[in-house]
Design a protein around this ligand. Structure first.
Ligand code: SF4
Length: 273
């Protein structure tokens, strides 16, 4: 039998390879100097095992897999109950540095849902989504589109703020696929409980999470996408992207396009009344 090592690798034992310990100088001081030899032997052994299809399972790198939030979600919990349960979610590591879970908010009977990427600095401190600068821009667009913010549901793909510290500032850091996967069950549950008529993805992370990796916001923004998530699904840019446009003229133009997309979503909603 081989033996598993602390890094999850698997090395053949002296029984299978009688000269292995001797050749590698295992358990001797001289052996420490022969570590490169040991590694090269192991690599060759693994290569041969791969070729003849006999790689023991233990030889695969054992990366610690983070779970997902799925196990935390009771099948019959409503949105308010989910919000309370999500406060204690530790399904990925993002809870460690964030202040609190920022779950989706507003009426459980909202007909339209906006999905962003993750809470930002202000959202993390307030415990509410879209209350920072991007949220204020979203509010402005909602108002111009005739939508009352208190009647729409706003949420994010990832419920904890991921950031990098720079001095006293906390700078947004894009969530990794594993973090998105871990958090995805919360978003699925929100969509399931709310059953919105219209979903608007704000930005590439939300769009690619819900509509597929190949989705390009720059190309397909404002289009109605065939999806089983809701009767009407579209994506547009994230309002924070508009705030990052330095050129004032370009920022105005892009903001007008963004408001146009939100109006289009609002019209779809009013058509269904
Ligand atoms: S980011 Fe999502 S999955 Fe990760 S701890 Fe927070 S709520 Fe749980």
């Amino acid at each position: 039998m081989g033996r598993a090592h602390f890094d999850g690798s698997f090395l053949p034992s002296g029984q299978e390879f009688p000269n292995f310990g001797q050749a590698a100088g295992a358990n001797t001081t001289a052996g420490a100097e022969r570590i490169p030899l040991l590694r090269s032997f192991r690599q060759r052994w693994l290569r041969c095992s791969h070729l003849n299809g006999t790689v023991p399972q233990e030889s695969q790198p054992r990366r610690k897999r983070e779970g997902t939030a799925a196990d935390l979600i009771p099948p019959n919990a409503n949105l308010n109950q989910l919000r309370v349960i999500a406060e204690r979610c530790k399904a990925c590591h993002l809870w460690r540095n964030a202040t609190q879970t920022v779950f989706g908010e507003r009426p459980s009977r909202a007909k339209i849902m906006f999905v962003g990427e993750q809470p930002g600095n202000e959202e993390d401190l307030a415990g509410r989504p879209f209350v920072g600068p991007a949220g204020r821009l979203l509010n402005e667009a909602l108002e111009k589109a005739g939508l009352d913010r208190s009647k729409v549901y706003v949420t994010n793909v990832v419920k904890h703020f991921k950031f990098i510290r720079r001095g006293k500032r906390r700078i947004h850091d894009k969530p990794r696929a594993s973090e998105i996967n871990a958090c995805r069950p919360w978003l699925d549950a929100e969509i399931d409980r709310l059953a919105p008529e219209v979903i608007v993805c704000l930005g590439a992370t939300a769009a690619q999470t819900l509509l597929g990796k190949g989705f390009r916001v720059s190309v397909q923004r404002g289009e109605w996408i065939n999806s089983d998530l809701a009767p009407s699904v579209m994506a547009t840019v994230h309002p924070s992207a508009l705030l990052r446009i330095d050129d004032e003229m370009a920022r105005h133009q892009e903001t007008a396009r963004f408001i146009g997309d939100i109006k289009k979503a609002a019209q779809r909603l009013s058509r269904k009344k």
